[in-house]
Design a protein around this ligand. Sequence first.
Ligand code: ASP
Length: 410
Amino acid sequence: MRWLSLNGQIFTGAVLGLLIGWGMAGAPDTALRNGILYTSDIVGGVFIDLLKMILIPLVFTSIAVGVANLQAHKQIHRVWLTTLGFFVFSMGLAILLALIASNVFKPGAGLDIAMFRDAMQGFQAKQLSLSEFLAHFLHGLFMNPVAALADGNVLAVLIFALVVGIALVVGGDRYRNILLLLQELLEMVLRIVGWIMRLAPLGIAALLIKLIATQDTAVLDSLGKFVAVVVGSTLVHGIVVLPMILYLVTGVGPLRFWRGAREALVTAFATSSSSATLPVTLRCAEQHLHVKREVAGFVIPLGATINMDGTALYEAAAALFVAHLTGIELNLAQQLIVFFTAMIASMGAPGIPSAGMVTMVMVLQSVGLPAEAIAILLPMDRLLDTLRTAVNVEGDMVGSLVVQKLISRS
Ligand code: ASP
């Protein structure tokens, strides 16, 4: 496969994975089918494990080094503000899109409610109020760093790395060696990411075979209108809104962006995990999209944990779907509550498969919708998660380019 670039191989792997998975979807249980599924499970699992293996050292070194370098250039305040401002802005647009599409097309209205009742039977959703969620979230920010590293808790590692980065600068020359060591560690970790990426075409094919072959796609038909609204508005956000912001602010066209970002987008689609994709996202931002290491090293890991356009959009759309399904009409004020809780809930969702489902309970409860309703959304979540994770990751890369441009202006 030497003649095909890594990008080409990844793309081929994804297409083959989708086709094989699709071909196997309705196939009878033969030894061949079981063998393929077993192998896909192992290969896909090992690929994700490798990405997770490198994730924590990568987050730690890239944030600490990124913050230290930015701080040294006295840019950290501006980068902070611009980054958070962009995240909130783009997630706000995503939620707005979901609310408009849901109000116009009203998915769920007039649907057979019996199906809904069946799904809810025996399903106990964990209650999660806004105040509990906030307390839990704030509590999880600061942790013993060794425990956070061992647990793979990205958010807590990120916060600790921020503090270390600031201390490195405040300490100045005194900590020169530690900074140098971290810089070299980061360099080395990125090299390992490059090795893991060689496995990406196989890993992605395997993940997609397993996903498509074992999913019950019938559920997609029964909730067709909702799926269409979610997929449609997610695509509009990913193909129109984000590229437009990117072009207006930085002048980078959609094709150039796609060429640089596709490795990460395909990996996000196949893994449904922004965290597992992070090593690839960072590599794309730095090496293909030419974002400076200190900017990418700060914006991308932060974005992978809190910037989730696709998830925010989905949570708002799902809340309105459940409202229509149960015959509850949400007024403007209630939709405003959905807007804000969807934003907080998606920021708090970790970058792992179906995480948005868990924090969505909070959005439903904020306007008095039954939390049990997620039972009806769960069966199709793995499929919808693919696209929203890709848009989550796209938002992070667009964010790094936008932030780089905005801070260089002033
Ligand atoms: N899977 C998503 C991500 O990793 C989170 C979610 O919406 O479930 O970005």
